[in-house]
Design a protein around this ligand. Structure first.
Ligand code: FHN
Length: 458
């Protein structure tokens, strides 16, 4: 093929650059049928359980700055300690996670029964965990590590069948056209930066394009930091359309736009972009018919590594959180904060192993399960539902009536229905009377944390 002349090449380059910088308001709003949406969301509703990873330059500080412990979550230390940008940048030169092993991380997630990983590609500090051509504030130019962490994780996730997803902060404390200008209060929502649009066009969108064109099919773009003053709902819809124009099958959380109702996380009524709600550190009180949502939670109190934070939730709390969330139709995005050396803390790994062991026996009641058709039972536990079964998940064996659980007679229940212990297959005595179903539990529950009784339906 004849090589294009220099003039033609220049014209093509200008056109390409212009297109790359073209604000996406020229892109149509995302349109799809309910069936297309259901197909796109199917893996997410099947997965039910994912790993959140908060890791970056802030992990080097680990909650301590100039010898003092800094209050608050680890990844906010730049804000909490009012660290000047130039000073914060020096910590990047100390970020050299010599024990980082993407394959080990993917195996830990897989053994835990987690089906997707959401990693902080860029948190509020603006630092890129990948080899970005857009900014030298990245793993390649700013650290001695000089390896593309997201590439290594993408390869490991592909090998282990884990969906790779990216957290990406709209707020950027490092970029002069974003919130760096507000130092020493990077999160000051009363200030405004007139150049924020330029930040979107010259950093955020080009970096999103890098993330969506280099690491294969991405499951979720998990936006955050949408609360900043300069980010508008029009920008949210623009970014949503931009992202989907590159990967049409991607799922985008509701923090891409301005509809999130605080930490409760669900999207308020109105025209807001985003596929699902994002409660944070909390679980909605009840199920939410027809709403997709995901509770993100820490395992201790911080998202990023803090050596001082040893307030680890118990295996029991974590397993029962997962059951509670799925019984209400949601996903559980459970966080780990690796050390600056690239190690997932042992207390996190131990808890994830326990969750994986429980799911290996009881995952049928979780993966692909839908919200309970009933309110909470009178006994300690929850219900999940599938087309052919109802799962009664018992936390405590009821004392009165001794060992019996009851539930409203579910749709699909018939005289052919059976009650069995999921863990052992043991058939249990079951009685249906006046619209109620009663099941007699064994004297000892097979699992002290959560025992699953499967009631087969038509
Ligand atoms: O400010 C962030 C915080 O650092 C963390 O990433 C959480 C996780 O969802 N989101 C924001 C706080 O709502």
């Amino acid at each position: 093929m004849k090589k294009p002349t220099l003039l033609v090449s220049c014209v093509l380059l200008i056109a390409l650059f212009a297109t790359a910088r073209l604000p996406a308001e020229n892109l149509p709003r995302w349109q799809e049928t309910p069936e297309q949406r259901a197909e796109r969301m199917a893996w997410f509703k099947e997965a039910r359980f994912g790993m959140f990873i908060h890791w970056g330059v802030y992990s080097v500080l680990g909650g301590t700055y100039q010898g003092d412990q800094v209050a608050g979550i680890g990844e906010w230390i730049m804000q909490q300690a009012a660290i000047p940008p130039a000073d914060y940048e020096t910590y990047a030169s100390m970020f050299n996670p010599r024990f980082f092993d993407a394959d080990a991380w993917a195996r830990i997630a897989k053994q835990a029964g987690m089906k997707y990983i959401v990693i902080t590609s860029k948190h509020h500090d603006g630092f890129a965990l990948w080899n970005s051509q857009v900014s030298p504030w990245d793993i390649m130019e700013a650290t001695p590590f000089r390896r593309d962490i997201l590439k290594e994780l993408a390869d490991a996730c592909a090998k282990h069948g884990i969906k790779l997803c990216f957290y990406h902060s709209i707020m950027d404390w490092h970029h002069p056209d974003a919130q760096r200008a507000f130092y020493p209060s990077y999160n000051d929502n009363k200030q405004s930066n007139p150049n924020f649009r330029r930040y979107l066009d010259t950093k955020m969108k080009p970096q999103l394009r890098e993330l969506l064109t280099r690491y294969g099919e991405i499951g979720i773009l998990w936006f955050d930091g949408e609360w900043v003053n300069d980010y508008t709902t029009e920008m949210g819809k623009e970014i949503d359309a931009f992202v989907r124009s590159i990967q049409p099958k991607i799922i985008v959380n509701n923090r891409v736009d301005k509809g999130r109702q605080g930490m409760a996380g669900l999207t308020r009524a109105g025209d807001f972009a985003g596929d699902y709600g994002t409660p944070e550190q909390e679980i909605p009180a009840t199920g939410l018919a027809g709403v997709d949502w995901e509770s993100c939670m820490t395992m201790n109190d911080t998202w990023a590594w803090k050596a001082s934070d040893t307030k680890w939730k118990s295996n029991e709390v974590l397993i029962r959180n997962l059951v509670d969330i799925v019984s209400k139709g949601g996903n559980y995005l459970l966080n780990v904060g690796p050390t600056p050396e690239g190690i997932i803390p042992r207390p996190s790994v131990e808890r994830l192993r326990a969750m994986g062991a429980w799911l290996a026996v009881n995952g049928e009641a979780i993966y692909g399960a839908e919200a309970s058709p009933f309110a909470h039972p009178t006994w300690q536990g929850r219900f999940t539902r599938k087309a052919d079964a109802l799962y009664a998940i018992v936390f405590e064996r009821p004392a009165r009536p001794d060992g019996w659980i009851n539930l409203p007679q579910p749709d699909g229940f018939s005289e052919c229905s059976e009650a069995t212990l999921l863990a052992t297959g043991e058939r249990l005595e079951m009685v249906a009377r006046q619209g109620q179903v009663f099941v007699n539990l064994p004297d000892r529950l097979p699992d002290p944390v959560a025992t699953v009784v499967k009631i087969s339906l038509k």
